[in-house]
Design a protein around this ligand. Structure first.
Ligand SMILES: [Zn+2]
Length: 122
């Protein structure tokens, strides 16, 4: 499950950083998630809670900033928001050019998942 591994990686990284800074508690974690990751806030919050059980992240607030997508289509030169079809497989939607329908587009933005800030208590 791709959502699981995404959040697992975030939890592991934050725990590692918290240890590095000798943090007693982590107050808030802010992440940037591209819309092409198809991670809903509900899913992310649930997985974060589950995966941080028994750690110092148990009461940490998870804040998600969604990054809108930007693609480039070599076929027609379109640059902008991607079109995505989720009916085939909701976990691996088809990302298309909304102008010409090309499915082999270059993703400029919208596929990231990065930790933006970690607020700790020492
Ligand atoms: Zn196109």
């Amino acid at each position: 499950m791709h959502e699981y591994s995404l959040i697992k990686e975030i939890v592991d990284t934050v725990l590692e950083k918290a240890k590095e800074y000798n943090a007693k508690n982590v107050i808030k974690v802010e992440i940037d998630v591209g819309e092409l990751k198809f991670l809903t806030d509900e899913q992310a919050q649930y997985l974060f809670r589950e995966l941080s059980k028994g750690t110092i992240l148990e009461n940490t607030k998870l804040e998600i900033n969604y990054v809108s997508s930007e693609i480039y289509c070599r076929k027609c030169g379109y640059k902008g928001k991607a079109e995505h079809l989720e009916e085939v497989d909701p976990h691996f939607p088809i990302i298309k050019c909304p102008k010409c329908g090309n499915e082999f587009v270059e993703i400029i933005r919208g596929n990231e998942c990065i930790i933006k800030s970690i607020q700790v208590e020492k």
